[in-house]
Design a protein around this ligand. Structure first.
Ligand code: CTP
Length: 132
């Protein structure tokens, strides 16, 4: 039994999101996902989400391989989430490479490569271009 934890906004779900969750799950047997609240997303990206935190939580929960979801309220509480959800491995996309090494005293920390050529921001720009 190996428990994985990962975090993200997961707004306007795309293939990069699905792949990171599936690759994270392959590292263990149980996957918990912390979905950033709307307020946290605003504080870290200064962006409004398209989908509410409730819809994003429900969508992520529906992805095969995801066993448990919760709201991530604060970046400062990552250590507490790792302990509370009994995570053996913290998985993050390599856009965060090195930034969570402080948690190596609590669990293994793995950065997975992002899927090239897609992001929610990019997708929204493409949708705007198509719609205009
Ligand atoms: N992710 C990924 N490949 C992508 C986009 C995201 O592996 N092409 C991963 C991120 O590294 C993170 C998780 O998916 O671990 C959630 O990322 P999130 O910030 O919600 O997605 P982005 O598409 O990067 O969103 P934005 O454009 O708003 O920054």
């Amino acid at each position: 039994m190996k428990r994985i934890i990962t975090f993200g906004t997961f707004d306007v779900l795309h293939i990069g999101h699905v792949r990171i969750l599936q690759r994270a799950k392959q590292l263990g047997t149980h996957l918990t996902v912390g979905v950033s609240t709307d307020a946290l997303n605003w504080s870290k990206k200064q962006k409004k989400t398209v989908y509410s935190q409730y819809d994003r939580l429900e969508i992520v929960k529906a992805i095969s391989g995801v066993d448990q979801v919760f709201f991530e309220n604060s970046l400062e509480e990552k250590g507490r989430y790792i302990v509370d959800y009994k995570a053996d491995i913290l998985v993050m996309g390599d856009d965060w490479a090195g930034r969570f090494d402080e948690f190596k005293s609590l669990c293994e920390v793995v950065y997975l490569p992002r899927t090239e050529g897609i992001s929610t921001t990019q997708l929204l720009e493409e949708i705007r271009a198509i719609a205009s």
